[in-house]
Design a protein around this ligand. Sequence first.
Ligand code: AMP
Length: 402
Amino acid sequence: MKLLIVNSGSSSIKFQLLAMEKENVLASGLVERIGETLGYIKCTFFPDTEQERKVEQEEPVANHHAGMLRVIELLCDPKKGIIADTKEINGVGHRVVHGGEDFHQTTLINDAVVKAIEKNIPLAPLHNPPNLDGIRVARELFPDAPQVAVFDTAFHQSMPSCAFLYALPRELYEKHRVRRYGFHGTSHAYVAAECAKLLGKKLADCNLVTVHLGNGSSMTAIKQGKSVDTTLGMTPLEGLVMGTRCGDVDPALHLFLQQNLGFDLPAIDHMLNKESGLKGLCGMNDLRDIHQAVAAGDIWAEHALDVLCYRNRKYLASFLAVLGHTDAIVFTAGIGENDPVVRRESLQGLHNFGIVLDEELNQKRSRTARCISAATSKVKVFVIPTNEELAIARETARLVEG
Ligand code: AMP
């Protein structure tokens, strides 16, 4: 079974073609700067193997339709491509950011599903419209292949009302669905399933805290295999300190900024999403740069690292309280997989909760899943590389196989 996985953003399409028998990636690439004067297209065939080949081009890509056509041309190129015909593609899996309360799981796409995703546009005005563009184009270009929507929010629909309700006038929830939804669900679900395998248990028997630390970050409390709380809220801004996003702030901040500093709402929105987080504190959002700056004595780089790890620690402890017994903590994504300092500092002072890191294992570099806690640690700590494309492909395969 060959599956095409599509992540369609406002000016980009990321894609992967996988052969599901051995879960091999046949091709992986992206189309960027869609709609700009000069677009950029990159495709790697058989990535991470000895036969790896790359195609890179700069050319105008007018819209998502044109972008997807170029992807098909590359995949089906008689000389360089790897499939003869689009009919070889047995299914298309789409990443969709917001399923609101309509989608609790991965869903086969039909007209009603498209309508429901459209209905949720107010909850993700920047993401759902380009996700829908990708779905519409793929339905047109692959009319015979089942299309599947995998939602970032679906995994968290199991949260109880005490975790998802904001303490606001209840009409806001009842009439307008203002509540906490959570995101990164595909990643949290994937690493949780991988962690259960490492623990030798069924996922339904595991209590876990999954810590996705990348440019966007979130932490999820998973009880008996189900999400019971997560740090991102109605939008992907709440909770942890992120690359350029602020995470938790006092909601009255908006009023202060408007009344005293002359900010309007779009300026506040821009600042909280694009100019805050690590970047806001120290001007850098890549941890590798921040560590270098700390070593060179940059005090604001040090503050940024401290605020990041302190917030992680605070949420970790609160999620341990939510779960009671916890089998394991899992670090994943760019920072979680690669930064031993952030992992160590985020677990600092949690000995009383039964968490003991093995610093030698923590420092070891590896691209594979591994345990980094000491043998005496009651709660195991793992680093598990996330793979959202594979997670979407597995979900898609499940529905295509029916
Ligand atoms: P992601 O959004 O999961 O791709 O994560 C991207 C972030 O991971 C970057 O902004 C860096 O802060 C961080 N990152 C990536 N590689 C490393 C590394 N080797 N050491 C520390 N942080 C890293």
